[in-house]
Design a protein around this ligand. Structure first.
Ligand code: SF4
Length: 581
């Protein structure tokens, strides 16, 4: 639906009622990331804690969702239990198209339900249903029950949390339609703090396709680029796990709590190995012809007479790095079985894997023992890690409760801060060098996707912090435009600024199309304003010593360069956050 404003459903869980708000700003914040920050500034309480019931949980889509392929993401924004500051997390599945067909640009949830509840929204309905019987249930059971309770198969998207989100873990994710996640920075616990076990978005409406005569041709051109060229084939074929072997080869893969950056044992958990042995099928987010989601299987013997059950588990580079190479688990089925447990309890697998890698090294160094970890942790022991993930998700004791707030918080209590692999949050699966470390540590989402620092490290030979930070800031601006359109970032090579402008124009967003440069700058500044308003101090960010101890294919790390990058980037962030939008 083309409109010059946003149609936002605001649900108040205190009363169980909602209303539709028409919010201005289409031509200045576009949608997605921009809309989420705009709505946080409108509904959020920057100076109150993350779990204040009035804090909003926001889901926003973009102007091209439903009109062009791969405009398939939803941006989720909230005040994070991880750092009590503004946070964004992106997820796909069917969430974006369901919101579009529910005739909503965004969903904002405030308040706290008195009993465990589930929200169901559609183009003409809102229901807040009490679901006390789902509280404590794992993600698989919750999904099964929600699917049977709510109509709309094929049109609906189901967002849900597991026990980790109920137990206050800052690692709790929101699962989307089984195979996608709002993974990072604790969105699951924001839902849990609102007594919200699930959100069902039913895309039960329809709208006329009022595009221009250029629209069908443009759509076909984009579709052809995505499917008939090799621009996206990497994502469909082996998928993101192709990075495992590539990074291992150039000595840039985090291994064994980042004690190494290359290891021959990785050959058993490469993307190629997963494809050969464990791949069942590919899946895709709604509206995506690429299908990068790779689904493998875990098999469990449930009876001595060779009786087995199996479950389908999605995998990507990041989960394989987090519970494979970081934990020295070098068997693809063992990796999948660990991912399976993290899914059940509703943990962000990246954060959880990196936290357990720290716990294992802390055990080796004698800082903690079974008294804290309950089971003995050692690198490569997948069975122990499966139990540890259960404890982490259930917050079984003080150690796991603290670890679930962040590795650095546990390290403050038990020691071992030097080798906590934290860059703003638990690291992503790249050990490319100083620019990447500064970029994840200070970046707004603390994500490897905030900007292309990992590729800058690999391509650039010079060490000029000002030049590198200039790249990070410009690259972030381009990515922010894409995430405001809610384009999947895998399509960033296809959706150039010029193509985005053409797409917008073809469906009727001419004014927005004509000002994308100003709009993307505006959004970039707005997001930083939101983050800084909630207490972020980029100049205080520290990078643990472990990141300087590694050697990559490019050589040893340069401490002075890293300090220069951090200083320049912190100043750039301050400048972005204090400029007029
Ligand atoms: S490329 Fe993958 S993550 Fe991106 S929209 Fe398609 S299926 Fe979803």
């Amino acid at each position: 639906m083309i409109r010059d404003h946003f149609r936002v459903l605001v649900v108040d869980l205190n009363t169980g009622r909602g209303s539709v708000a028409l919010v201005d700003g289409r031509d200045s914040v576009a949608g997605g990331s921009g809309l989420a920050a705009h709505l946080f500034m409108k509904y959020g309480k920057p100076d109150r804690p993350w779990n204040d019931p009035e804090q909003p949980l926001i889901f926003a889509i973009g102007p091209l969702t439903g009109y062009f392929p791969l405009m398939s993401k939803t941006v989720c924004a909230f005040k994070s239990p991880y750092h009590d500051q503004y946070a964004e997390s992106h997820g796909g599945g069917r969430s974006a198209l369901s919101l579009r067909f529910a005739d909503l640009d965004a969903l904002v949830i405030t308040g706290r339900a008195t009993r465990p509840s589930c929200i169901s929204v559609g183009s003409r309905h809102l229901e807040v249903k009490e679901v006390h019987y789902l509280w404590g249930k794992d993600l698989y059971t919750t999904g099964k029950m929600l699917r049977s309770m709510f109509k709309g198969a094929g049109h609906r998207s189901i967002l849900r949390i597991g026990p980790a989100g109920e137990n206050g873990s800052a690692f709790a994710c929101i699962n989307v339609d089984s195979y996608r996640h709002f993974g990072r920075l604790g969105g699951g616990t924001v839902m849990g703090s609102k007594n919200l076990k699930g959100i069902v978005i039913n895309g039960d409406g329809s709208f006329p396709l009022n595009g221009s005569k250029e629209y069908p041709k443009l759509f076909q051109d984009v579709y052809t680029k995505l499917t008939d060229t090799d621009m996206m084939s990497k994502y469909h074929d082996i998928g993101t796990p192709i990075n495992m072997a590539v990074l291992n080869e150039v000595k840039m893969l985090p291994i064994r709590n980042l004690q190494r950056t290359t290891d021959p044992g990785i050959s058993e958990i490469t993307g190629e190995k997963f494809a050969e042995l464990a791949l069942l099928r590919n899946a895709a987010c709604a509206g995506c012809p690429v299908g990068c989601i790779h689904i493998g299987f875990v098999r469990e013997k449930f009876h001595s007479d060779y009786q087995y059950l199996y479950r389908q588990v999605s995998y990507d580079h990041e989960p394989i790095f987090a519970v494979g190479s970081m934990l020295s688990v070098e068997n693809c089925f063992a990796v999948l079985s660990i991912i399976d447990v993290a899914e059940k309890v509703g943990l962000d697998i990246m954060s959880a894997g990196v936290a357990l890698a720290w716990a294992t090294e802390a055990t080796e160094k004698g800082l903690i023992s079974e008294k804290e970890t309950i089971i003995s942790l050692s690198f490569g022991d997948s069975e122990a890690y499966k139990q540890a993930l259960q404890h982490l998700g259930q917050a079984t004791n003080e150690f796991y409760r603290l670890l679930g707030q962040g590795t650095l918080k546990a390290a403050e209590r038990y020691g071992g801060k030097d080798y906590a692999c934290v860059l703003g949050q638990e690291m992503a699966g790249y050990a490319t060098g100083e620019v990447y470390f500064a970029s994840q540590a200070l970046g707004l989402r603390h994500s490897h996707l905030d900007s292309g620092g990992y590729s800058y490290d690999q391509k650039e030979t010079g060490k000029d912090p000002a030049k590198a930070v200039d790249f990070l800031v410009k690259d972030e601006q381009g990515r922010v435009l894409l995430t405001s359109m809610v384009a999947c970032l895998f399509a960033r090579g296809v959706y150039t600024d010029a193509l985005l402008a053409d797409c917008l124009r073809s469906v009727g967003y001419g004014t927005l199309a004509d000002s994308l440069g100003t709009v993307s700058k505006n959004i970039q500044q707005l997001r930083w304003k939101a983050r800084l308003a909630t207490g972020y101090r980029p100049e205080d960010v520290t990078i643990p010593k472990r990141f300087l101890e590694i050697t990559t294919g490019k050589g040893t790390m340069d401490a002075a360069y890293l300090v220069g990058l951090k200083d320049h980037y912190a100043k750039a962030i301050r400048a972005l956050g204090s400029s007029e939008t």
